[in-house]
Design a protein around this ligand. Structure first.
Ligand code: ZN
Length: 293
């Protein structure tokens, strides 16, 4: 993705890795007609004529948002050395920090880390391993975490990757005194001076939020995991397998896509492959996407 400038905002993508599980594992109900419709505006070598022949290919990346001297990291990918049950992301080592350096930034330059939600693929780089201990990666940053997600995963008893991520990538930041637990619509808005704020986008996780940013009449949305893959613009009503509350997630997805189209938001999806950024357009009763550039 080329850097995107919107008024005083500058947005760059920080790539970590890609992962492509079989499509039916993540989204069931995609038909050959849906894939045909998708292919009119989205070509991807991991898509076949049927869902069974297709991967649900996702990019894992962060966005670096800079405005008025403030450098914000939106989402924090998987992180290195983290034990996970999913082989694709288990104890990975990726060029994430080298890619950060390629943006002429060091970990010390990040002022604020915003995790749209606390799933393992959005919190990993919050911490790094230091002499066998997990410590905050971005030593000067404040980290904003969704209070609803923090309380949900903090109480969870089932040992899964989200709980592992809570323990190795969220709790150490909180215990180091670097985290603020926030409700959507509150904290960031005041802190950054009307330019960047959080809105509720609950459903995929209990406290998932979208990050909105505005400058000079241009408005951007970082929608976290409200939408994962372009095929969901063709079939936004289908349930995604990691949605905590499928009905609420569906409503949030439909509302977000409609708004993105009607308000011509510049979208920065958490998992669309390069060039990632783009705009949602209405397409009959459903949607399509036009990548920037
Ligand atoms: Zn995700």
């Amino acid at each position: 993705m080329n850097p995107v400038t919107l008024g005083r905002l500058k947005v760059r993508k920080l790539f970590e890795m890609e992962s492509g599980p079989p499509m039916p594992l993540i989204l069931s109900g995609v038909t050959p007609a849906d894939l045909g419709r998708l292919s009119a505006w989205y070509q991807d070598e991991t898509l076949g004529a049927t869902a069974a022949e297709s991967a649900f290919m996702m990019s894992m990346h962060s966005y670096v948002l800079q405005v008025d001297g403030l450098t914000v990291l939106v989402d924090a990918c998987n992180g290195d050395h983290k034990h996970r049950s999913i082989p694709d992301v288990d104890r990975v080592q990726t060029p994430f920090l080298a890619n950060l350096a390629a943006l002429d930034l060091s970990t010390d330059d990040i002022d604020l880390v915003l995790c749209t939600h606390l799933h393992f693929d959005h919190v990993g780089w919050n911490t790094r391993l230091d002499n066998g201990k997990w410590v905050p990666t971005f030593s000067n940053a404040r980290y904003l975490f969704s209070r609803r997600d923090f309380e949900h995963f903090g109480k969870q008893e089932v040992e899964d990757d989200h709980l592992r991520a809570f323990r190795d990538s969220v709790l150490p930041v909180y215990e180091a005194g670097r985290a603020e637990l926030v409700e959507a619509n509150i904290a960031v808005h005041r802190e950054i001076g009307n330019g960047v704020w959080l809105e509720p986008a609950f459903g995929h996780s209990p406290g998932n939020f979208s990050v909105l940013a505005e400058s000079a009449g241009e408005r951007a949305i970082f929608w976290g995991d409200v939408v994962h893959h372009p095929v969901q613009l063709v079939r936004p009503e289908l349930t995604m397998s990691f949605d905590t509350d499928p009905e609420m997630a569906r409503e949030t997805r439909l509302r977000t896509l409609a708004r993105a189209a009607d308000e011509t938001l510049v979208c920065f999806p958490a998992h669309f492959r390069d060039p990632s950024a783009g705009r949602v357009l209405r397409d009959g009763g459903t949607f399509r996407y036009r990548f920037l550039g």
